[in-house]
Design a protein around this ligand. Structure first.
Ligand code: SAH
Ligand code: SF4
Length: 340
């Protein structure tokens, strides 16, 4: 079977080139073709001699994954379904925001997810397997190869719970930093709140932003949405967030889905503001996106604005997440790894 070049560091490429009898600077060229020019095949590496390309092709390939489907939303969001060598698929989404040069990739960390939140399409599928770090970075390479553009920001908000696959996520982050030259501060990891792993992250001296899917202001409501609340409850979560902030000095993001009549009331806003006192954070409100088979509805715009106002009153910075790609089921929580 051919070995995959994508995911190799410059040092690893240097070893490989030495074994193939090439000179050292060939490694730098290959590195550039993979991560900056994002080619799909060895044949496209035109500054390597034809003979060297032919000999590389005996043992190596740029990638062994493929784009199974690609959908483009009316707002410019693109959703790819990527198929890996074992036939498993995940989505990755490219979002462009008007008036900003940023190109944000929303990447998956697992096939499916074990956390099983009641509002999320990914959770409904159950957990299939972890992605290895090469499969994670492959998603960003796929976007770059297909669009010819450089991704500038990454959010781990696709399928899966990144903190339950932390080793591969950390290794992917290292490659995003070193090889893609995407700074850690331009990367966000979103978690449902796996407390022991939040402690591990705090120790890793990572500069990326931690986003916490809170979604409710108290134990009872949160447990209805997220079974993980029965394992790592909201009070222990608060303690771990305070420790994380104290240890890292970093501001975190709190994500809060707004569901009509469930967690979008004035009481909930006040309770949330109370819960968040002392936590250095920005709040990102996410209007609920429709997912089949759930009883939930999106909050009205009035209720969203009122909720935002009440939280701002408590002194926090609050943003409302723009809905992207809902017409192609690419919005938060709508990813499920299916073609139809
Ligand atoms: N598993 C991680 C990261 C992926 S989910 C996590 O849960 O944090 C990315 C974000 O989308 C999370 O905040 C998640 O709660 C949110 N989300 C899931 N389903 C959603 C839905 N139906 N509508 C809006 N947001 C949703
Ligand atoms: Fe998993 Fe996140 Fe979906 Fe919950 S919201 S089921 S943690 S992917």
């Amino acid at each position: 079977m051919l070995k995959v070049l994508s995911g190799l560091s410059l040092e690893q490429l240097e070893d490989l080139v030495a074994k193939e009898g090439g000179s050292k600077f060939r490694a730098k060229q290959i590195h550039n073709w993979i991560y900056s020019k994002s080619v799909s095949s060895i044949d496209e590496m035109t500054d390597l001699s034809k003979d060297f390309r032919e000999s590389l092709k005996h043992n190596y390939t740029v990638t062994n994954s493929k784009i199974k489907t690609k959908q483009v939303s009316s707002d410019g969001t693109i959703k790819y379904l990527i198929e890996y060598s074992d036939g498993e698929c995940v989505e990755t989404v490219l979002m462009r925001f008007d008036n900003r040069a940023n190109l944000t990739a929303c990447v998956s960390s697992q096939v499916g997810c074990a956390v099983n939140c009641s509002f999320c399409a990914t959770g409904k599928r159950g957990f299939i397997r972890n992605l290895d770090y090469k499969e994670i970075i492959e998603q960003v390479l796929t976007i770059q190869r297909d669009t010819g553009l450089k991704v500038t920001n990454i959010v781990f908000m696709g399928q899966g719970e990144p903190l339950l696959n932390l080793d591969n996520v950390l290794k992917a982050l290292e490659i995003f930093n070193n090889d893609f030259q995407i700074g850690a501060r331009r990367i966000t990891i979103s978690t449902s709140g796996i407390i022991p792993k939040i402690k591990e992250l705090a120790n890793s001296e990572l500069q990326s932003t931690l986003a916490i899917s809170l979604h409710a202001p108290n134990h009872q409501l949160r447990a209805e949405l997220m079974p993980i609340e029965n394992k790592y409850n909201i009070d222990e979560l608060k303690n771990s967030l305070l420790e994380y902030i104290e240890q890292t000095g970093r501001r975190i993001t709190i994500e809060y889905i707004l569901i009509h009549g469930f967690n979008d009331t004035t009481e909930c806003a006040k309770e949330l503001a109370y819960y968040l006192r002392g936590i250095k954070c920005n709040i990102n409100l996410i209007p609920y996106n429709n997912v089949n088979d759930t009883k939930y509805k999106k909050s009205s715009n009035d209720d969203i604005m009122k909720f935002k106002y009440l939280l701002e009153h408590s002194g926090k910075k609050v943003t409302v997440r723009l809905e992207r790609g809902a017409d192609i089921d690419a919005a938060c929580g709508q990813l499920r790894g299916k073609t139809v």
